[in-house]
Design a protein around this ligand. Structure first.
Ligand code: NAD
Length: 257
């Protein structure tokens, strides 16, 4: 298929169902000709992810819980064996315990803090390290998903805001480490989208409503818009951009009042 990503191989982490932002990204990368591989976190999700992946001609669909180093290693080994290299890594993974997304942030326990930071932030570091091995000699691009709760207080976002701040800082440090190898690392700071992960945040419906009233574009973002921004960041269109966090939020983040 022709397109600006024709011949490129992309590994996607974070599809849970057809409402996932990772799925919107996958569809846009596919539309631009990229060949895709997917991972899923647990058997329950396999039933949803496999048919979606196969529907767009993907034959590499592997289990990966990012808290398990062995599963991560197995994914990259298999991708290396099948493709002999990698051009694009999409990281769209986050998790925090439900109680940590509703009680006051000051109540966050040690375990909840570690869980959120491990799954939502550290996973980018370890996945990027493995991806960089497969990108050696050919360059590549990594894109992750973040949210404005890293920069400003968003009630109930809590420990996830702290995890996203660590994620965005990681994007900058990874960009510095891997720039000499021609590997770019960027984040998309997306406006609220109704997904499985979002449903865990207390008051999420109010966030959607507020954005539709106050954002400069007076609406919420369409997941496809996030996907097309990912195409820009991972393709030659974004060849001069790395270490960046790009807001795709109908402009909401620029508002002060
Ligand atoms: P989603 O529920 O569809 O995706 C979250 C994914 O994280 C799921 O596929 C889930 O399986 C995966 N995940 C959780 N724990 C995991 C683990 N231990 N190992 C491997 N995978 C694991 O929700 P989404 O909203 O599409 O989330 C994707 C990304 O977008 C997240 O980083 C999220 O923070 C970010 N984001 C979402 C919004 C929003 O409003 N939905 C806004 C900005 C940023």
């Amino acid at each position: 298929m022709a397109g600006i990503l024709a011949g490129k191989k992309a590994l996607i982490f974070g599809v849970a169902n057809d409402r996932s932002i990772a799925w919107a990204v996958a569809r846009e990368l596919h539309a631009q000709g990229a060949e895709l591989a997917f991972t899923y976190a647990g058997e329950v999700l396999e039933k949803r992810v496999r048919p979606l992946a196969e529907g767009i001609g993907s034959t590499i669909v592997l289990p990966c819980d990012v808290t398990r180093d062995q599963e991560i290693e197995a994914v990259f080994q298999e991708v290396g064996r099948r493709w002999g290299g990698l051009d694009i890594l999409v990281h769209a993974i986050a998790f925090a315990r439900k109680e940590d997304l509703s009680q006051p942030y000051v109540q966050t326990g040690r375990e909840g803090f570690h869980t959120a930071l491990d799954i939502s932030s550290y996973s980018l570091v370890v996945l990027t390290r493995h991806a960089a091995e497969l990108m050696k000699g050919r360059g590549g691009a990594v894109v992750t998903l973040t949210y404005m709760g890293s920069e400003k207080v968003v009630p109930n976002y809590n420990v996830m805001g702290v995890a996203k701040a660590a994620l965005e800082a990681s994007v900058r440090y990874l960009a510095h480490d891997l720039g000499p190898e021609g590997i770019r690392v960027n984040a998309i700071s997306a406006g609220p989208v109704k997904t499985l992960a979002a449903s865990g945040i207390a008051g999420f419906r109010d966030m959607l409503h507020l954005v539709s009233e106050r954002a400069p574009l007076r609406r919420n973002v369409d997941p496809a818009e996030i996907g097309r921004t990912a195409v820009y960041l991972v393709s030659d269109l974004g060849s001069g951009v790395t270490g960046e966090t790009l807001h795709v939020d109908a402009g909401y983040n620029v508002m002060g009042m």
